[in-house]
Design a protein around this ligand. Structure first.
Ligand SMILES: Cc1ncc(COP(=O)(O)O)c(C=O)c1O
Length: 399
């Protein structure tokens, strides 16, 4: 057997692949499983998206390689959308790049910047890709704990000077996966200022920026004056447009970072299919706000049903105000044992320790199943004997 590169030792099995395997084992025993696991919308993309792909698929011009820097129609649509939604002006040629989903873009960006000895400042818990590729590239993650007491915002002032000196990238992700934490402009400005002072590239993962369930719409980091000098942002069409399978997003912001990512990508992939980029442009141009409002309303109802139902069962979970995730502390503190117990009852939740050390003691539940399925989840959990939930003495307010 050919020996794997030693860098593969830094790579854990992908969290959701491991979870799927365990789910299949339970299903093989005849248990029907409802998954509140991976964050993959259960509802379809809009008809505009589907019709555009169908139409563009029939055009022979789209059967060829796409342009390396992305289809101008898509990049223009992203720039026009950023201007309208965030008041941010972007040059579609120098400051917007098509990515094959933001996961691809985030991973390749790390390879463009990180070399052995470099530090990457990254949240813990976090989306696993930042850590995985930093390790592969020989970099070192300096974990920024996201804890409930700080509203799941990292304490940037607590990062030691010598760490800041060696740091190349700072990842932020708001609204946040997995904690559902939200950041205001004050925090974003603090991150921009820190990166400016220490010559660090600020990487904002905005995969959930459209998914607000209460309060004001979430901001883009590029709204902060001067942010373009230090920041690149990843906008994803996956979750808000129910387009995870299409694989489409955009890297926007700092022109040098966008160009570096483009150069890395040109040598690794050949871009996203034009038909999908046309569909993305159509999605951004044709009343996306109305689509988001409908989806967020559906998630809000599901959130209320799930969270209030769990509280009835004695599990005092918080109500998220953004994303479609519920990040809940587990009774007893052992997230893996708790998730296993729920899986045996036919309910998949993700143990928080899969997202990092500070995810220990939490599980993530995703609102991507129907209200009917949520009712079935509640029934299954209510039938657990002995109940894993402690009875709270006081109910938390709704929001
Ligand atoms: C925080 C975060 N960033 C990025 C992604 C990747 O999304 P996509 O590659 O579909 O754009 C995800 C997907 O779960 C995510 O949770």
């Amino acid at each position: 057997m050919v020996k794997l590169a030693s860098r593969m030792d830094t790579l854990p099995p992908y969290l959701f692949a491991a979870l799927d395997e365990r789910r299949r084992a339970v299903e093989a025993r005849g248990v029907e499983v409802i998954s509140l696991g991976i964050g993959d919308p259960d509802l379809p993309a809009s008809p505009v998206v589907v019709e555009t792909v169908q139409r563009e698929a029939a055009r022979a011009a789209n059967h060829r390689y796409p342009r390396y820097d992305g289809l101008p129609a898509f990049r223009n649509a992203v720039a026009a959308y950023y201007a309208r939604r965030f008041g941010v002006s972007l040059d579609p040629d120098r400051e917007v790049l098509t990515v094959i989903g933001s996961k691809e873009g985030l991973a390749h960006l790390i390879w463009a910047y990180v070399e052995p000895g470099d530090i990457v400042l990254s949240p813990d818990p976090s989306y696993p890709v930042y850590h995985a590729h930093t390790g592969l590239a020989g970099g070192e993650v300096y974990a920024l704990p996201l804890v409930a007491e700080r509203g799941f915002l990292p304490d940037l002032a607590a990062i030691p000077e010598d760490v800041l000196t060696r740091a190349k990238l700072l990842f932020i992700n708001y609204p946040n996966n997995p904690t559902a934490g939200v950041a205001d402009r004050t925090f974003l400005a603090e991150a921009v200022e820190l990166c400016r002072r220490h010559d660090i590239l600020l990487v904002s993962d905005a995969a959930y920026v459209e998914m607000t369930l209460a309060g004001e719409p979430a901001p883009s980091v590029l709204e902060i004056p001067g942010a373009k000098d230090v920041a690149i942002e990843f906008y994803s069409l996956s979750k808000p447009f129910n387009m995870t399978g299409f694989r489409l997003g955009a890297a926007v912001g700092n022109a040098a970072a966008v160009a570096a990512l483009g150069r890395m990508k040109n040598n690794s992939d050949s871009g996203q299919w034009n038909a999908i980029q046309y569909a993305g442009a159509a999605a951004l141009e044709r009343a996306p706000e109305a689509f988001f409002a409908r989806m967020n309303e559906i998630y809000r109802k599901r959130r209320d049903k799930l969270c209030l139902g769990l509280r009835e069962l004695g599990w005092d979970v918080p109500l998220p105000t953004a994303t479609f995730y519920v990040w809940a502390e587990v009774p007893g503190g052992d997230d893996k044992a708790f998730a296993s117990q729920l899986l045996e009852a036919g309910v998949v939740v993700v143990p928080g320790s899969g997202y990092g050390r500070h995810g220990q003691g939490y599980v993530r539940l995703c609102l991507t199943v129907s209200e009917e399925d949520i009712a079935r989840v509640l029934e299954r959990l209510g039938n657990l004997s002995p109940s894993p939930f402690t009875i709270p003495t006081a109910r938390k307010p709704l929001l």
